[in-house]
Design a binder for this molecule. Structure first.
Ligand code: ADP
Ligand code: CIR
Length: 344
């Protein structure tokens, strides 16, 4: 659909290394600048985050499922470069028995293990384009599904709007809740009407949680102290199965589970360990080079765009599309076993 007059193609500073700045060529801009999805989402909206936040790694958010088709000349190369695959995406496979063992050297360094997947409801726009009323509807549908979960996932949902500041800070500090500010998401229009419609579900023992209406409509999360990757994966699998029986998620054969950020397509899974790497951590550039070569991502101890403390790093799988869940977690385990060897 054509309809509005776009401004000229944005420029990026020379220092900018985002995937957006690399793949938004003149030809791509001319082909897409006037396009709009049926829900009214434009290229300018999709790229606003990377245009305003020039230190973005990626710089784009999809507004709806159609964005991935309509803006494919821009998004497909970004997806291919990030994941090493542009699909098709294999069938879901949460088979825990096939996982390799975490080595004793790695296990002794792992403080905690967290695995999450993102999901969005079919027939709703994604966070960058969703309306306030639609977001509240999503919260209602998801919180109802969460309230039907059996043990060990059984627990309570709490809206962000009803949390005290102290409770909110404590949950964030304990790695259970998303932060209240993300300038990348704010520029991408994902923080509208904050905190309304957002919330946290926590199981009784806190090892299962779910985030509602953050970057994606649902983040399904298993988190335990220690390095029992298999146990965490099994808990996540149980929760995903139980929620998938109640909710219909946005899915495409090519791109797997659809997500706001192209980095979260496919399995939409990030499996991470908080790991102490005192030797490698002496030079973060070297650590990041090793991790990259192993297909892993290094984050700080308080999540994306945070810095690390005391040589403890968040190490996770980088690729989420074109691999199964079990393959991505196996990849993480082989990778952390190798990092532990390198740290010896
Ligand atoms: P996401 O993983 O959902 O993309 P973040 O990188 O922002 O988002 O991480 C979300 C939260 O999860 C942060 O508080 C982060 O510290 C926490 N976290 C991630 N991995 C682990 C882990 N292995 N152990 C404990 N907390 C973790
Ligand atoms: C960025 O482009 O830096 C932010 N929009 C966050 C991208 C998602 N990060 C990631 O690597 N999974």
């Amino acid at each position: 659909m054509k309809s509005h007059s776009p401004a000229s193609k944005p420029s990026f500073p020379e220092s900018c290394t985002s995937l957006l700045s690399k793949h938004l060529t003149d030809a791509v801009w001319s082909a897409l600048a006037e396009k709009k999805t049926a829900a009214g989402f434009t290229l300018e909206q999709a790229i606003r985050s990377g245009v305003e936040q020039v230190d973005s790694g990626v710089g784009v958010y999809a507004g709806d499922a159609e964005s991935y088709d309509l803006f494919a000349p821009l998004l497909a190369p970004i997806i291919k470069e990030y994941h090493g695959s542009a699909g098709p995406h294999p069938a879901t496979d949460f088979s825990c028995d096939a996982l390799p063992e975490v080595s004793p050297e790695a296990a002794s360094r792992v403080i905690s293990t967290r695995i999450r997947v993102g999901r969005n409801l079919a027939n709703f726009p994604l966070g960058a384009a969703i309306s306030r009323v639609q977001r509240l509807d999503v919260e209602k549908q998801i919180s109802e599904a969460l309230s039907n979960l059996p043990p060990p996932m059984q627990g309570q949902y709490q809206s962000l709007s009803t949390m005290s500041a102290e409770q909110n800070e404590s949950l964030i500090a304990r790695h259970l809740l998303f932060k209240n500010e993300d300038r990348f998401m704010a520029s991408g229009n994902l923080m509208r009407d904050w905190p309304e419609g957002r919330g946290l579900f926590l199981s009784e023992d806190e090892s299962f949680s779910a985030w509602v209406n953050e970057e994606d409509q649902l983040r399904i999360i298993a988190l335990k102290q220690g390095g029992d990757v298999r146990g965490v994966f099994a808990l996540l699998a149980e929760a995903v199965t139980a929620l998938s029986a109640q909710l219909t998620f946005d899915f495409s054969e090519q791109l797997g589970y659809l997500a706001s950020c192209p980095t979260n397509l496919g399995t939409s899974m990030r499996a991470s360990v908080h790991m102490s790497l005192p030797v490698l951590g002496q030079n973060e550039k070297v650590l990041k080079r090793h991790a990259e070569a192993l297909g892993l991502q290094v984050r700080g101890q308080h999540g994306e765009h945070s810095v690390s403390e005391g040589a403890v790093y968040d190490i996770s799988n980088r690729m989420r599309l074109g691999v199964t869940e079990v393959a991505a977690v196996s990849h993480l385990i082989h990778g952390i076993n190798r990092l532990a060897e390198l740290d010896e």
